[in-house]
Design a protein. Structure first.
Ligand code: ADP
Ligand code: ADP
Length: 226
Protein backbone atom coordinates (compact mmCIF):
# COMPACT_ATOMS: atom_id res chain seq x y z
CA UNK A 1 0.00 0.00 0.00
CA UNK A 2 1.26 3.41 -0.82
CA UNK A 3 0.60 7.10 -0.97
CA UNK A 4 1.67 8.65 -4.29
CA UNK A 5 2.29 12.39 -4.54
CA UNK A 6 3.10 14.38 -7.69
CA UNK A 7 4.47 17.87 -7.10
CA UNK A 8 4.80 20.12 -10.14
CA UNK A 9 5.49 17.22 -12.50
CA UNK A 10 6.43 18.23 -16.05
CA UNK A 11 7.51 16.12 -19.03
CA UNK A 12 9.34 17.58 -21.96
CA UNK A 13 10.28 15.03 -24.65
CA UNK A 14 13.66 15.35 -26.38
CA UNK A 15 11.92 16.79 -29.45
CA UNK A 16 10.71 19.69 -27.29
CA UNK A 17 7.09 18.54 -26.94
CA UNK A 18 5.71 19.28 -23.49
CA UNK A 19 3.38 16.34 -22.81
CA UNK A 20 2.66 17.07 -19.13
CA UNK A 21 2.74 20.50 -17.47
CA UNK A 22 3.06 21.16 -13.76
CA UNK A 23 0.77 18.39 -12.53
CA UNK A 24 0.01 18.29 -8.80
CA UNK A 25 -1.83 15.28 -7.48
CA UNK A 26 -1.98 13.35 -4.25
CA UNK A 27 -3.29 9.79 -4.29
CA UNK A 28 -4.03 8.40 -0.83
CA UNK A 29 -3.21 4.97 0.50
CA UNK A 30 -5.76 2.53 -0.95
CA UNK A 31 -7.40 5.16 -3.11
CA UNK A 32 -8.68 4.38 -6.64
CA UNK A 33 -8.05 7.37 -8.93
CA UNK A 34 -9.03 7.62 -12.60
CA UNK A 35 -7.03 9.76 -15.04
CA UNK A 36 -9.35 10.64 -17.91
CA UNK A 37 -9.06 12.84 -20.99
CA UNK A 38 -8.83 12.72 -24.79
CA UNK A 39 -6.06 10.93 -26.65
CA UNK A 40 -2.77 12.84 -26.46
CA UNK A 41 -3.59 14.78 -23.26
CA UNK A 42 -0.68 13.27 -21.33
CA UNK A 43 -2.29 10.41 -19.38
CA UNK A 44 0.12 7.66 -20.40
CA UNK A 45 3.11 9.93 -19.99
CA UNK A 46 2.00 10.73 -16.43
CA UNK A 47 1.51 7.05 -15.63
CA UNK A 48 4.86 6.13 -17.19
CA UNK A 49 6.65 8.74 -15.06
CA UNK A 50 5.03 7.31 -11.91
CA UNK A 51 6.10 3.81 -12.94
CA UNK A 52 9.62 4.99 -13.74
CA UNK A 53 9.36 4.13 -17.45
CA UNK A 54 9.87 7.78 -18.45
CA UNK A 55 12.17 10.32 -16.81
CA UNK A 56 10.58 13.26 -15.01
CA UNK A 57 11.78 16.56 -16.53
CA UNK A 58 10.73 18.78 -13.63
CA UNK A 59 8.99 18.24 -10.31
CA UNK A 60 9.04 15.71 -7.51
CA UNK A 61 7.45 12.29 -7.26
CA UNK A 62 7.02 10.89 -3.76
CA UNK A 63 5.96 7.39 -2.78
CA UNK A 64 5.19 7.07 0.92
CA UNK A 65 6.97 10.35 1.53
CA UNK A 66 10.17 9.34 -0.24
CA UNK A 67 11.43 11.07 -3.37
CA UNK A 68 11.67 8.39 -6.07
CA UNK A 69 12.51 10.47 -9.19
CA UNK A 70 15.78 8.59 -9.65
CA UNK A 71 14.63 5.14 -8.61
CA UNK A 72 14.34 2.31 -11.13
CA UNK A 73 10.88 0.86 -11.82
CA UNK A 74 11.84 -2.21 -9.81
CA UNK A 75 12.75 -0.18 -6.74
CA UNK A 76 9.44 1.67 -6.86
CA UNK A 77 7.55 -1.59 -6.37
CA UNK A 78 4.60 -0.55 -8.50
CA UNK A 79 2.86 -2.90 -10.93
CA UNK A 80 1.62 -1.77 -14.33
CA UNK A 81 -1.13 -3.38 -16.40
CA UNK A 82 -1.25 -2.37 -20.08
CA UNK A 83 -3.95 -2.59 -22.72
CA UNK A 84 -1.92 -5.12 -24.66
CA UNK A 85 -1.78 -8.11 -22.39
CA UNK A 86 1.86 -8.93 -23.17
CA UNK A 87 1.45 -12.50 -22.01
CA UNK A 88 4.07 -15.11 -22.90
CA UNK A 89 2.31 -17.21 -25.57
CA UNK A 90 4.30 -20.40 -24.97
CA UNK A 91 3.62 -20.42 -21.20
CA UNK A 92 0.53 -21.61 -19.36
CA UNK A 93 -1.59 -19.17 -17.38
CA UNK A 94 0.01 -20.55 -14.21
CA UNK A 95 3.53 -19.91 -15.52
CA UNK A 96 2.64 -16.47 -16.85
CA UNK A 97 1.28 -15.46 -13.47
CA UNK A 98 4.22 -16.89 -11.57
CA UNK A 99 6.92 -15.58 -13.89
CA UNK A 100 8.05 -12.54 -11.87
CA UNK A 101 8.15 -14.64 -8.71
CA UNK A 102 10.30 -17.28 -10.41
CA UNK A 103 12.71 -14.55 -11.52
CA UNK A 104 12.81 -13.31 -7.93
CA UNK A 105 13.67 -16.88 -6.84
CA UNK A 106 10.61 -17.28 -4.64
CA UNK A 107 10.27 -20.95 -3.71
CA UNK A 108 7.97 -23.15 -5.74
CA UNK A 109 5.40 -23.90 -3.06
CA UNK A 110 4.98 -20.20 -2.28
CA UNK A 111 4.61 -19.37 -5.98
CA UNK A 112 1.97 -22.05 -6.36
CA UNK A 113 0.05 -20.71 -3.39
CA UNK A 114 0.18 -17.09 -4.57
CA UNK A 115 -0.78 -17.95 -8.14
CA UNK A 116 -3.69 -20.10 -7.00
CA UNK A 117 -4.93 -17.42 -4.65
CA UNK A 118 -4.80 -14.80 -7.44
CA UNK A 119 -6.57 -17.24 -9.78
CA UNK A 120 -9.38 -17.65 -7.24
CA UNK A 121 -9.82 -13.89 -6.91
CA UNK A 122 -9.78 -13.45 -10.70
CA UNK A 123 -11.93 -16.47 -11.48
CA UNK A 124 -9.17 -18.19 -13.44
CA UNK A 125 -8.79 -21.40 -11.45
CA UNK A 126 -10.15 -23.59 -14.25
CA UNK A 127 -7.85 -22.00 -16.80
CA UNK A 128 -4.51 -22.25 -15.00
CA UNK A 129 -3.11 -24.90 -17.34
CA UNK A 130 -4.26 -23.29 -20.58
CA UNK A 131 -2.14 -21.22 -22.94
CA UNK A 132 -3.12 -17.57 -23.60
CA UNK A 133 -4.18 -18.42 -27.17
CA UNK A 134 -6.98 -20.55 -25.72
CA UNK A 135 -8.43 -17.78 -23.57
CA UNK A 136 -10.95 -15.05 -24.26
CA UNK A 137 -9.88 -11.40 -24.25
CA UNK A 138 -11.35 -10.83 -20.80
CA UNK A 139 -9.60 -13.90 -19.42
CA UNK A 140 -6.29 -12.74 -20.88
CA UNK A 141 -6.69 -9.34 -19.32
CA UNK A 142 -7.37 -11.03 -15.97
CA UNK A 143 -4.19 -13.10 -16.35
CA UNK A 144 -2.28 -9.85 -16.94
CA UNK A 145 -3.78 -8.50 -13.71
CA UNK A 146 -2.96 -11.74 -11.92
CA UNK A 147 0.65 -11.35 -12.92
CA UNK A 148 0.67 -7.97 -11.22
CA UNK A 149 -1.25 -9.07 -8.10
CA UNK A 150 1.02 -11.99 -7.19
CA UNK A 151 3.89 -9.58 -6.58
CA UNK A 152 1.96 -7.75 -3.86
CA UNK A 153 3.03 -4.37 -5.23
CA UNK A 154 2.59 -1.15 -3.30
CA UNK A 155 0.32 0.21 -6.04
CA UNK A 156 -1.25 -0.64 -9.39
CA UNK A 157 -1.14 1.49 -12.50
CA UNK A 158 -3.48 0.52 -15.33
CA UNK A 159 -3.27 2.05 -18.80
CA UNK A 160 -6.52 1.54 -20.74
CA UNK A 161 -6.73 -2.09 -19.61
CA UNK A 162 -10.15 -2.64 -21.21
CA UNK A 163 -9.83 -0.85 -24.54
CA UNK A 164 -9.12 -4.03 -26.52
CA UNK A 165 -12.31 -5.68 -25.28
CA UNK A 166 -15.77 -5.55 -26.78
CA UNK A 167 -18.45 -3.40 -25.16
CA UNK A 168 -20.19 -6.18 -23.26
CA UNK A 169 -16.97 -7.54 -21.83
CA UNK A 170 -15.86 -4.04 -20.84
CA UNK A 171 -18.93 -3.65 -18.67
CA UNK A 172 -18.29 -7.03 -17.00
CA UNK A 173 -14.63 -6.26 -16.45
CA UNK A 174 -15.45 -2.86 -14.96
CA UNK A 175 -17.38 -4.59 -12.21
CA UNK A 176 -14.59 -7.09 -11.70
CA UNK A 177 -11.92 -4.42 -11.48
CA UNK A 178 -13.95 -2.46 -8.91
CA UNK A 179 -14.40 -5.55 -6.78
CA UNK A 180 -10.78 -6.51 -7.14
CA UNK A 181 -9.57 -3.08 -6.11
CA UNK A 182 -11.88 -3.04 -3.08
CA UNK A 183 -10.81 -6.51 -2.09
CA UNK A 184 -7.09 -5.81 -2.38
CA UNK A 185 -7.42 -2.26 -1.06
CA UNK A 186 -4.41 -1.24 -3.16
CA UNK A 187 -3.66 2.27 -4.29
CA UNK A 188 -4.66 2.29 -7.96
CA UNK A 189 -4.29 4.82 -10.78
CA UNK A 190 -6.30 3.94 -13.86
CA UNK A 191 -5.97 5.69 -17.21
CA UNK A 192 -8.86 5.81 -19.67
CA UNK A 193 -10.31 8.02 -22.40
CA UNK A 194 -13.75 6.52 -21.68
CA UNK A 195 -16.00 8.86 -19.67
CA UNK A 196 -18.28 6.06 -18.53
CA UNK A 197 -15.37 4.13 -17.08
CA UNK A 198 -14.16 7.28 -15.38
CA UNK A 199 -17.54 8.00 -13.80
CA UNK A 200 -18.25 4.45 -12.62
CA UNK A 201 -14.92 3.04 -11.47
CA UNK A 202 -12.99 5.20 -9.08
CA UNK A 203 -13.15 7.12 -5.83
CA UNK A 204 -11.84 10.23 -7.56
CA UNK A 205 -11.53 11.42 -11.15
CA UNK A 206 -8.69 13.57 -12.51
CA UNK A 207 -9.59 15.22 -15.82
CA UNK A 208 -6.58 16.06 -18.02
CA UNK A 209 -6.47 18.19 -21.15
CA UNK A 210 -3.47 19.38 -23.12
CA UNK A 211 -1.00 18.12 -20.50
CA UNK A 212 -2.59 19.88 -17.54
CA UNK A 213 -5.03 18.82 -14.85
CA UNK A 214 -8.30 20.53 -15.58
CA UNK A 215 -10.49 19.20 -12.78
CA UNK A 216 -10.27 16.84 -9.82
CA UNK A 217 -13.27 15.52 -7.93
CA UNK A 218 -15.45 12.59 -6.97
CA UNK A 219 -17.55 11.18 -9.83
CA UNK A 220 -20.63 12.64 -8.11
CA UNK A 221 -19.04 16.07 -7.87
CA UNK A 222 -18.01 16.06 -11.55
CA UNK A 223 -21.43 14.82 -12.58
CA UNK A 224 -23.12 17.71 -10.81
CA UNK A 225 -20.64 20.34 -12.06
CA UNK A 226 -19.44 19.09 -15.47
P1 ADP B 1 -1.93 6.19 -26.49
O1 ADP B 1 -2.78 4.98 -26.63
O2 ADP B 1 -1.38 6.37 -25.12
O3 ADP B 1 -2.53 7.43 -27.06
P2 ADP B 1 -0.03 6.48 -28.65
O4 ADP B 1 -0.51 5.68 -29.81
O5 ADP B 1 -0.24 7.94 -28.59
O6 ADP B 1 -0.63 5.79 -27.35
O7 ADP B 1 1.51 6.21 -28.40
C1 ADP B 1 2.08 4.95 -28.54
C2 ADP B 1 3.61 5.06 -28.36
O8 ADP B 1 4.14 6.07 -29.24
C3 ADP B 1 4.01 5.50 -26.95
O9 ADP B 1 5.13 4.74 -26.57
C4 ADP B 1 4.37 6.95 -27.08
O10 ADP B 1 5.39 7.32 -26.15
C5 ADP B 1 4.87 7.06 -28.50
N1 ADP B 1 4.54 8.38 -29.07
C6 ADP B 1 3.33 8.98 -29.06
N2 ADP B 1 3.39 10.20 -29.63
C7 ADP B 1 4.67 10.33 -30.06
C8 ADP B 1 5.38 11.37 -30.72
N3 ADP B 1 4.80 12.52 -31.08
N4 ADP B 1 6.69 11.20 -30.99
C9 ADP B 1 7.30 10.06 -30.60
N5 ADP B 1 6.70 9.05 -29.97
C10 ADP B 1 5.40 9.18 -29.68
P1 ADP C 1 -2.43 10.03 -23.78
O1 ADP C 1 -1.97 8.89 -22.97
O2 ADP C 1 -3.34 10.94 -23.01
O3 ADP C 1 -3.04 9.62 -25.07
P2 ADP C 1 0.36 10.60 -24.11
O4 ADP C 1 0.87 10.75 -22.73
O5 ADP C 1 0.60 9.30 -24.81
O6 ADP C 1 -1.19 10.95 -24.11
O7 ADP C 1 0.94 11.76 -25.02
C1 ADP C 1 0.91 13.13 -24.62
C2 ADP C 1 1.57 13.97 -25.68
O8 ADP C 1 2.95 13.69 -25.72
C3 ADP C 1 1.04 13.74 -27.08
O9 ADP C 1 1.01 14.97 -27.72
C4 ADP C 1 2.07 12.81 -27.71
O10 ADP C 1 2.15 13.01 -29.08
C5 ADP C 1 3.34 13.27 -27.01
N1 ADP C 1 4.32 12.18 -26.86
C6 ADP C 1 4.11 10.97 -26.29
N2 ADP C 1 5.21 10.23 -26.32
C7 ADP C 1 6.14 10.99 -26.95
C8 ADP C 1 7.51 10.79 -27.29
N3 ADP C 1 8.14 9.65 -27.02
N4 ADP C 1 8.16 11.80 -27.92
C9 ADP C 1 7.53 12.96 -28.20
N5 ADP C 1 6.26 13.22 -27.89
C10 ADP C 1 5.57 12.25 -27.27
Amino acid sequence: MAEIVLEGITKRYPDGAVAVKDVNLSVGDGEFVILVGPSGCGKSTTLNMIAGLEDITEGTLLIDGQVVNDKTPKDRDIAMVFQSYALYPHMSVRDNMGFALRLAKVDKAAIREKVEEAARILDLTEHLDRKPANLSGGQRQRVAMGRAIVRNPKAFLMDEPLSNLDAKLRVQMRTQISRLQQRLGSTTIYVTHDQTEAMTLGDRVVVMRGGVVQQIGTPQHLYEQP
